[in-house]
Write a protein that binds this ligand. Structure first.
Ligand code: SF4
Length: 372
């Protein structure tokens, strides 16, 4: 029997983090308080009090490298994603603590088994940056509730005991915050399970703190099974030269990169902004995979837009953007009922069996029959 790796984060998840600079001194690596954000010029001093109230409710972290990108982004899209705002204290009645129903599908701690052929394995709930719209914002935060060695062993035993599991998705939190040797041990344990064919890793780290994508980390993902990394990225301004280089280190190590994005009001909810993002991803060898409609997480109403508005944006993109840059627009049905594509639809059944109406990207309709 193999030993389960422990999965504590690679560094203290709370308290000051410092990095050595070129001159041998240290500088703060992550901004974690309203005062940090004000000192760094990310919020006006007059907004520090409300930011502090938000920070008492939801975790705040902005790595210094990302803070530079926030300051340089004239669109304000990065600020809106990463800097706390008073709107987060407005909770709508239909917002949920667990909007995609992870808990209802968690047979053992750290595992979410919603679909027959795949599971989520969440080794920790800490992230390098805390996105203000996060669907797991009630679970993630400093400390990260990392699985203990015994809990990790139980989660791996569950995967071993369910031969229908073909894909293991490391999620969290950000699994790439694990120390490389711990990540390597965990990946090796999963890869050793005969019926597991694919390991997928969901991360924001190449955008949030690109310097953490080290050669040791990329080596930790090497194993006997196919490994895919899915980068969470919502705006082209996140793809700084450093983030681009971090993504390239993963790709050049032989790891295919996909991207998932969230459609967010005030961030990327127009066709031009999304087009710029999707083209920027593909040009960096990152294949857009999912575009998520925002979940009904508490205090995130200011990020949501109507589904019909999302469909209209996707319809505009269909006609003018390469097929390899098209993500699937999806909604996680609240309550844990799964993820489904939500259009736009181009095909409607006509009056008779086999009679269809097809709509082209410009909105013109055509009759189509599939009768032999
Ligand atoms: S990186 Fe992912 S899990 Fe972490 S705060 Fe952002 S959306 Fe949530």
């Amino acid at each position: 029997m193999t030993t389960a790796p422990g999965t504590s984060p690679s560094r203290p998840a709370n308290g000051p983090e410092r990095a050595t600079n070129a001159a041998g001194g240290t500088r703060q690596r992550t901004l974690r308080t309203a005062d940090d954000l004000a000192d760094a010029g990310l919020i006006a001093p007059g907004d520090a009090a409300i930011a502090a109230r938000v920070a008492r409710r939801y975790a705040v972290a902005v790595p210094v490298a990302l803070a530079d990108a926030v300051r340089n982004d004239a669109s304000g899209a990065l600020r809106r994603q990463f800097v706390p705002a008073g709107d987060e204290l407005v909770i709508a009645r239909d917002e949920l603590e667990d909007p995609i129903g992870d808990a209802a599908h968690s047979p053992v701690k750290g595992i979410v088994h919603r679909y027959p052929d795949r599971v989520l394995l969440k080794p920790l709930h800490a992230c390098a940056v805390y996105c203000r719209f996060c669907f797991r914002r009630e679970q993630v935060g400093p400390g990260g509730d990392a699985l203990t060695a015994a809990e990790t062993a139980a989660a791996l035993a569950y995967i071993r005991g369910n031969p229908g599991i073909w894909e293991v998705i490391l999620s969290g939190g950000d699994p790439l915050l694990l120390a490389p040797r711990r990540l390597k041990a965990l990946v090796a344990e999963i890869a050793a399970i005969g019926h597991v064919g694919v390991i997928r890793v969901h991360t924001r780290l190449p955008v949030a703190d690109p310097a953490r994508i080290t050669p040791a980390l990329t080596r930790a993902l090497r194993c006997s099974k196919a490994v895919y990394v899915v980068l969470h990225c919502n705006h082209a301004a996140e793809l700084t030269p450093a983030a681009t280089a971090a993504a390239a280190r993963l790709i050049d190590a032989g790891i295919p990169l996909l991207a998932q994005s969230v459609l967010l009001r005030g961030v990327n909810d127009d066709a031009e902004t999304l087009e710029a993002l999707l083209r920027a991803l593909v040009a960096r060898r990152i294949k857009p995979y999912y575009l998520h409609h925002p979940d009904r997480a508490r205090g995130t109403g200011h990020f949501r837009l109507p589904l019909a508005a999302g469909q209209a944006i996707l319809r505009r993109l269909r006609g003018r953007l390469s097929g390899i840059a098209q993500p699937t627009y999806v909604l996680d049905i609240p309550g844990g009922h799964g993820k489904v594509p939500v259009g736009p639809e181009y095909l409607r059944l006509g009056a008779a069996d086999g009679e269809w109406t097809v709509t082209d990207p410009a909105g013109r309709s055509y009759a189509y029959t599939d009768k032999a």
